[in-house]
Design a protein around this ligand. Structure first.
Ligand SMILES: Cc1cc2nc3c(=O)[nH]c(=O)nc-3n(C[C@H](O)[C@H](O)[C@H](O)COP(=O)(O)OP(=O)(O)OC[C@H]3O[C@@H](n4cnc5c(N)ncnc54)[C@H](O)[C@@H]3O)c2cc1C
Length: 460
């Protein structure tokens, strides 16, 4: 046990830069150091790379897990990787792509840890075909508030497994993960672009191209009237070696490189206004690339286009932004999405990052986000009026039995939890069994009344 594990005191936030608090940040590198923290500190929450947007990884004391990132074992016959959960998707891909393996489910950035991916049970552009991150995970080892290491899977302590998948760090610290990778012949994707002039057209395209491995639509959330919901659909398939153009064959398994562009400081708050976003959206719709002409692209720009720009969140200025992501059941999809987009468009509070995806069936439980339907994600500069707009959207989402994605959230009122996550009480019961002292708590868990108040004690 290390009796003097150091910490730093720093301002922390999620990717949306709101809220921001001063916190003690510990960076343990062994289970022994984690155990030391249990005795030394009050409430804690795990933190990976801080890519959740709101307050899920924020507390007065946080445990930065990124030094717990060792690769432990790889079974090439099964593609099964056993690794410490502080390893990031970036690190995994750097190792796995040259060996011909890829992660079956990746989010829109590779700068997330596997622990963070499991704790949010993230989804990719292939939920309709492959499910979410937890569907690729064989087992996790959880460090509990009693200082025990518990292994759980679909067969062993399944309740704990499901409560931890999407449980936002509230059941313990995920220390190790065993997950399946998928074989690839090349690092390239066969990409196709289709344009949809309005909402019914994009929903029809999602249906028509359900067999496509990857699909995601960028949606112009400021378009109105007959253009409401106009979108650009991106489809993708992993490319086989014999399909690769000859000039790429010298390095078929080329790994991604580091970001080239950095935003060194916060942009002024006025940079993103309705006019700039409307202009961007119109140009993007018309100039997003040639329609229906397939192109071969590297996996990095296909899956992680924003990673090119390091700290892109600073373009929203110091006041930051809110991401709103909801899922609505398929049967009500068109009507409710039209209503949501209509309200956003009328408010003039737009987003240039507006993404629509198709979710397949999900067997997630407790606080797990995905359900069969459509998920819409939008970024809004943080202004006082945007909170009112998002409150209205919450009511619309409640009314159709949809959900707001908690890992993106910074402002949902607790009354919505019971409506959107019908198993939330079971989650709280299970949490209290595994963590009777409420050691694991975040600003989010406190705000949504999933835990009682945060216990902070400083013994120095
Ligand atoms: C540009 C961008 C694109 C994104 N695209 C997608 C997307 O397509 N799909 C999607 O689902 N999400 C997406 N996200 C959200 C992101 O994938 C999740 O928020 C993810 O959880 C972030 O991982 P992290 O390592 O940064 O975790 P953090 O943000 O640090 O933490 C997130 C949650 O996980 C918990 N946690 C972290 N590590 C552990 C651990 N070891 N043990 C227990 N709990 C832990 C934290 O307590 C917190 O509750 C995107 C985010 C960004 C910034």
């Amino acid at each position: 046990m290390n009796p003097s594990l150091p910490f730093v005191e720093e301002m922390i936030s999620g990717w949306g830069l709101y809220p921001k608090i001063k916190a003690r940040v510990y960076r343990p590198s062994s289970p022994q150091e984690l155990e030391y923290l249990l005795h030394r500190e009050g409430s804690l929450v795990a933190r990976g790379l801080g890519r959740s947007y709101g307050d899920a990884a924020i507390a007065p004391t946080v445990v930065d897990t990124t030094a717990l990132n060792k690769f432990l074992e790889f079974d090439t016959s099964l593609g099964s990787l056993y690794v410490e959960a502080g390893a990031s998707i970036d690190q995994i891909l750097r190792w796995s792509v040259p060996r011909g393996w890829f992660l079956p489910v990746v989010p829109g950035t590779k700068y997330v840890t596997l622990g963070g991916a499991f704790a949010s049970d993230i989804h990719g552009k292939n939920h309709h075909a492959q499910g979410s991150f937890s569907d690729q995970v064989e087992e996790v080892e959880l460090f509990t508030s009693r200082g025990e290491l518990i292994r759980c899977s679909r067969h062993e302590k399944p309740d704990l497994f499901w409560a931890t998948a999407g449980g936002l760090g509230l059941t313990g610290i995920i220390l190790r993960i065993r997950l399946r990778l998928k074989p690839i012949e090349t690092a390239y994707i066969w990409k196709r672009i289709l344009k949809a002039p309005n909402l019914p057209a994009i929903l029809r395209l999602f249906d028509e191209y359900q067999q496509s491995t990857y699909s995601v639509a960028w949606i112009d959330c400021l378009a109105r009237g007959k253009n409401l919901g106009r979108s650009v659909l991106f489809l993708g398939e992993h490319l086989g070696l014999n399909q690769l153009p000859s000039h790429l064959r010298t390095q078929p398994l080329l790994v991604h490189s580091a970001p080239r562009i950095r935003i060194p400081y916060y942009f002024p708050d006025w940079t993103l206004n309705t006019l700039s976003i409307r202009t961007f959206n119109t140009l993007y719709y018309w100039f997003s690339g040639p329609e229906n002409r397939p192109a071969v692209v590297h996996y990095d720009p296909f899956f992680f286009p924003l990673d090119k720009v390091y700290h892109w969140n600073r373009i929203y200025g110091r006041r930051g932004f809110l991401q709103y992501q909801c899922v609505v059941p398929k049967k009500d999809g068109e009507a409710i999405l039209a209503e949501i987009l209509g309200r956003i468009s009328r408010s003039g509070m737009g987003s240039f990052l507006a993404v629509l995806k198709l979710f397949g069936p999900s067997d997630g439980r407790y606080l797990n986000f995905p359900m069969e339907g459509y998920t819409l994600a939008l970024d809004f500069p943080r202004t006082s009026s945007v909170f009112f707009l998002l409150d209205e959207l919450d009511e619309l989402v409640d009314a159709v039995g949809g959900r707001v994605y908690l890992t993106k959230d910074a402002r949902l009122h607790p009354k919505h939890i019971a409506r959107q996550y019908p198993q939330w009480q079971d989650f709280v019961v299970l949490k209290n069994e595994v963590d009777p002292q409420q050691k694991w708590a975040s600003l989010l868990s406190q705000r949504l009344q999933l835990t009682s108040s945060l216990h902070v004690y400083r013994d120095n």
